[in-house]
Write a protein that binds this ligand. Structure first.
Ligand SMILES: Cc1cc2nc3c(=O)[nH]c(=O)nc-3n(C[C@H](O)[C@H](O)[C@H](O)COP(=O)(O)OP(=O)(O)OC[C@H]3O[C@@H](n4cnc5c(N)ncnc54)[C@H](O)[C@@H]3O)c2cc1C
Length: 503
């Protein structure tokens, strides 16, 4: 039986290994950590449970598609329960303005009109309709296929893009595009934030990122029963049922080859033979550590990284009625904030603060009467910058920002502080992210999309140097985030089907 070795059990590695096993490959996954999931794992602090990394779940059909693939032979598989959330987030601006972004388009539009004046809701919906058109047009070419194979450019796919060419935001920057719909500055900032969904800077990212809001506002925001980690648990279950074998606590040290074709992977003093090797490890260490004897694509490896994150996990011993599952406390000046991240490494005194509280939907995630706050700030993928001093300064700025907003919202009395209620705390820095998952510089989403050519310059999914070598995960095409990582696993499996023979 033909053997495949997958390096890394992140979302993409799990998806690729399951699909290859279904194709008939004998698959072994080597994972350096004691548990699968990579960035998508959980931590527990006292009576509180936290999803350590991703908190936003979109495009669940990609998980369901994998589920169906395995379930056809294993109908007894437990289901993957999740719910659609009735709103995407609660937004707070420094002016004191608050907005709930409802999932229902009519309710959303009405709430926008109520806050920003008649006609504003319609303009926002027009923007979102264009987002949908751009998403649908580019999806088969840019998201669901490899951009680097001649077979991708079929007449059908090109026709689909061509049909919508006039509506595609091909030129200019994302912020400029978002400003072109006559929306108030606060809603432009709300739209600009979608650049951070792949770790990019809204002022520099290309207008094409307009495809992103459709995922949340057109397709919906979802939440799995049991929290985000339930995605990892279900993907693992599917992989195991498909026959994938896992070697945990096993760090790959080298991808072995005969000069033309891969032969396997060396890990922990053992050799794992493979006719096929798929690296789900970040593309930078894949070349610099696992393929030391091959010429690395220097230009790709030197490309600007996406942002990283400074995350605080706070067990808070009270509840805040004005908050929901996803909450955004915007800074006063987004352009200045991203400029500070680029030049200085962090947003300094005025960060935009994202707070995810899974206990709003999963009461068991917090102690009785409490909430589990996952607090994320965008910072540069620069582990050296994040000193104890910077962390303390950013924590103080974060508390100041949320205190002000929650006082304004009536959740805190004058003189009360969120900090007074934190009973357990942990944190995750760019250095921790790099140490745990080998993501180069601790970037959350691989390379940034800060240039118009970014989509084309992400590393390809199939090696042109060694036969049988493939790449998946957030640092290669089509990019980071759970949905795109799942798609990269699918692209790899499609390419393997086209180019390899399984015996
Ligand atoms: C704080 C945070 C918040 C995020 N928020 C969101 C969100 O809300 N929504 C969203 O969609 N995405 C979010 N993301 C991004 C998302 O988590 C990632 O894009 C995705 O999980 C990456 O999956 P991956 O398959 O690329 O691999 P990773 O999760 O990076 O996993 C790679 C795996 O490979 C293993 N590995 C590496 N090198 C080796 C080796 N040599 N030998 C063996 N194993 C190795 C690692 O240990 C790891 O398990 C967030 C990420 C973080 C960190």
């Amino acid at each position: 039986m033909s053997k495949a070795v997958v390096i890394g059990a992140g979302v993409a590695g799990l998806a690729a290994s399951t699909r290859l096993a279904v194709q008939g490959w004998k698959v072994t996954v080597l994972e350096q950590a004691p548990e699968p999931g990579g960035k998508l794992r959980e931590i527990r602090l006292g009576d509180y449970r936290f999803d350590a990394g991703p908190s936003l779940f979109t495009w669940p059909d990609l998980v369901l598609e994998l589920d169906a693939l395995v379930r056809s032979n294993h109908p007894d598989l437990p289901p993957f329960p999740f719910q659609q959330v009735d709103r995407s987030a609660h937004y707070f601006w420094p002016t004191g303005r608050r907005w709930i972004a409802w999932a229902d388009p009519a309710a959303r539009s009405e709430s926008v009109d109520a806050l920003w004046g008649p006609g504003t809701g319609e303009r926002l919906e027009r923007y979102l309709a264009d987002s949908k058109a751009a998403f649908e047009a580019t999806r088969p070419l840019f998201l669901e296929s490899s951009l680097h194979e001649r077979t991708t450019y079929s007449w059908e796919r090109l026709k689909q893009v061509g049909r919508h060419l006039g509506r595609l935001p091909l030129l200019g920057r994302f912020h400029r595009r978002n400003s072109a719909y006559g929306l108030p500055d606060e809603l432009v900032q709300f739209l600009d934030r979608y650049a951070t969904y792949n770790g990019s800077d809204p002022m520099r990212a290309p207008a094409m990122l307009q495809v992103i809001p459709h995922l949340e506002h057109g397709m919906g925001t979802f939440f799995p029963e049991g929290g985000m980690v339930a995605i990892t648990q279900h993907l693992l279950r599917l992989a195991e049922r498909a026959g994938v074998r896992f070697e945990l606590n096993t760090r790959a040290e080298a991808i072995e080859h005969n000069g033309q074709r891969v032969t396997g992977v060396r890990a922990g003093g053992r050799f794992f033979p493979g006719d096929l090797v798929v690296s789900n490890a970040d593309i930078h260490p894949t070349y610099t550590r696992l393929l030391r004897d091959r010429v690395a694509p220097a230009a790709t490896l030197e490309r600007e990284r996406s942002t990283s994150g400074l995350i605080f996990y706070w067990g808070v011993r009270r509840t805040f009625p004005s908050l929901h599952l996803h909450n955004l406390f915007f800074s006063a000046d987004y352009a200045e904030e991203f400029d500070a991240i680029r030049r200085l490494g962090d947003p300094m005194e005025d960060p935009t603060v994202y707070v995810h509280i899974s206990s709003k939907l999963e009461a068991g995630d917090a102690s009785v009467g409490g909430e589990n706050w996952f607090v994320l700030l965008n910072v540069a993928a620069d582990p050296e910058h994040m000193t104890e001093e910077r962390i303390a300064a950013l924590k103080a700025a974060t508390l100041k920002r949320v205190d002000a907003a929650l006082r304004e919202a009536g959740d805190l009395e004058p003189g009360e502080h969120v900090g007074d209620y934190i009973e357990v705390e942990d944190r995750l820095t760019p250095r921790d992210i790099e140490a745990r998952t080998s993501s180069w510089r601790g970037a959350l989403y691989g390379t940034s999309s800060n240039s118009p050519t970014a989509a084309f310059l992400r590393h390809r999914n199939r090696s042109t140097d060694l036969k049988g070598l493939y790449f998946c995960g957030g640092s290669v095409h089509p990019g980071g985030g759970i949905p795109l990582c799942l798609l990269s696993g699918k692209i790899v499996s499609d390419l393997v089907m086209e180019n390899e023979r399984v015996a």
